[in-house]
Design a protein around this ligand. Sequence first.
Ligand code: 0GY
Length: 293
Amino acid sequence: MATTMDPDYLPYHPAPKKPAYVPPAGAVDAHCHVFGPADTFPYAPERKYTPCDAPKEKLFALRDHLGFSRNVIVQASCHGKDNAALVDALRSAGELARGVAVVGADVNDAALAEMDAAGVRAVRFNFVKRLVDATPREVFTGIAERIAKLGWHIVVYFEAPDLEGLTPFLASLPTTVVVDHMGRPDVAKGVDHPDFQRFIALMADHPNIWTKVSCPERLSVQGPPYADVVPFARTLVERFPDRVLWGTDWPHPNMKSHMPDDGQLVDVIPQIAVTEAAQHALLVANPMRLYWA
Ligand code: 0GY
């Protein structure tokens, strides 16, 4: 049966501009996805949205067009715990990609070993209620203990109002922890608001916690060129230069306001990492240390 994308789902930009900013050699897009194609890699029955197919060939072409060298491909909720499309993309990319999988408590050691061989280096714990049904904490704790033994780390996705309740759990995790999209601050509140300061304190208190200074298109109230998000990302890059990553978030699932031009997203980078040293750390040294070491 054909899989039809949701009527309000926005497809990725058909022809992103060539960015004016040229990333350093070896730059990594550390947050992106592959979706389908559904006739080969069906979407999960429990998914909360049905996207437009966004296959590996399109991702690799975008990587080259934007001047990047490598991808970290993150399992998205529309594929549930079936990591087949992710693993297929990793095998095609070889050394040029690493992966972040989503697994359940029932995942067996052979499956973990197979994913490790393909290039998976982390699991993702998703707490965003519109994307996934809740998972009991003890399930995540059990998975964390198992993947820690493989040398993998944990990527977490939550929204700012959930941070306070999640802090003891995040603090208990035994690996490096990467927080997606700066913990999704409400940028209308400003950098000095207690909510964002709580996120900064989390990173200050826990040297194993990293973040992705990504998704200005999702966080912005003003829209392109996303000036209202720049101070948040820049604050984190300056405060924690060795614990920040950057990614496009292509193909930008669930964007409702607009579909970003990925070239324009790349052009935000020199505003959030203003020195060459900061750009090299953000785009090359940090992701290479975490995913390719
Ligand atoms: C993102 C953001 C979103 C979706 C997912 O797993 C997902 O479906 O991550 C979102 O809708 O905010 O990071 O891609």
